[in-house]
Design a protein around this ligand. Structure first.
Ligand SMILES: C[S@@+](CC[C@H](N)C(=O)[O-])C[C@H]1O[C@@H](n2cnc3c(N)ncnc32)[C@H](O)[C@@H]1O
Length: 234
């Protein structure tokens, strides 16, 4: 098994305890979504001690980071990648009770995954906040409010990793839109329209909320129009 396959297996293995759906969902998502690999390969979370994952789903990011730290310790690590990040805490907040249950069954009852609505739940403080494919679930005023509260939770130079779909991306965006609608419905949310912005609009909102950001394409190998905004608190 090569190192990437070993990492995927290590990260997904805990989900066997959470049922077949949780396990195969983890394999599909961690194995195909380029953002997880990019986080490690580019060292995006290196040195960030308190990580907050908003809309964490079944806490795949936590599982991925824990697996990375274990494999890096064992020396089973892709050549050329920086060392795995070593956060002291990774806290997840997720709206859907069944995802929280899956996360806890997989990662243990002591894992810090809490049920809550990020529009209202206190964020506490963090060194990095990760928000992957979540903000389109809420209307634009709520998106802005969440981003302002994320800024308040971070110190100057604190990091926000925000992945969004780019409403300016033409056909790929249309495809993403429909896949997201179906995904939202199947996750138990209503069949409501998602709320998107173009990357330029997202960067303007981030600027208003106190962040400097750069955008990187983040849907390599998929048909989606996803972009990762790497934002630093001013
Ligand atoms: C597309 S999934 C992404 C999950 C996770 N970030 C990942 O990348 O694996 C979006 C998640 O955001 C959650 N979510 C949507 N609105 C939320 C809210 N207001 N508060 C907390 N979680 C929310 C959904 O329940 C869902 O689990």
């Amino acid at each position: 098994m090569n190192q990437h396959a070993a990492l995927l297996a290590e990260a997904c293995d805990p989900y066997r305890k959470a049922g077949l759906f949780a396990y195969f969902f983890a394999r599909g998502k961690l194995g195909s979504d380029p953002v997880y690999r990019a986080i490690l390969e580019r060292g995006l979370l290196l040195g960030r001690l308190r990580i907050l994952d908003l809309g964490c789903g079944q806490a795949l990011l936590t599982a991925w980071l824990q697996a990375a730290a274990r494999l890096c310790d064992r020396g089973v690590w892709p050549t050329g990648w920086p060392a795995a990040p070593r956060p002291l805490s990774t806290r997840g907040i997720e709206l859907m009770a069944r995802d929280v249950r899956r996360a806890r069954n997989a990662l243990g009852a002591a894992s810090d995954v809490v049920a809550g609505d990020i529009r209202h739940t206190d964020f506490g403080t963090a060194d990095a906040v990760v928000v992957l494919d979540v903000l389109h679930y809420m209307v634009s005023d709520a998106q802005r409010d969440v981003l302002q509260r994320v800024r308040q939770a971070l110190p100057p130079r604190g990091l926000l990793l925000l992945r969004v779909s780019d409403a300016g991306a033409g056909l790929r965006y249309r495809y993403t839109h429909w896949v997201d609608r179906v995904a939202m419905f199947s996750r138990g949310h209503s069949f409501a329209a998602p709320h998107y912005r173009s990357v330029r609009e997202w960067q303007a909102v981030l600027g208003d909320c106190g962040f400097d950001s750069e955008a990187q394409p983040m849907s390599q190998g998929t048909p989606f129009a996803n972009v990762l905004l790497i934002a630093h608190a001013r």
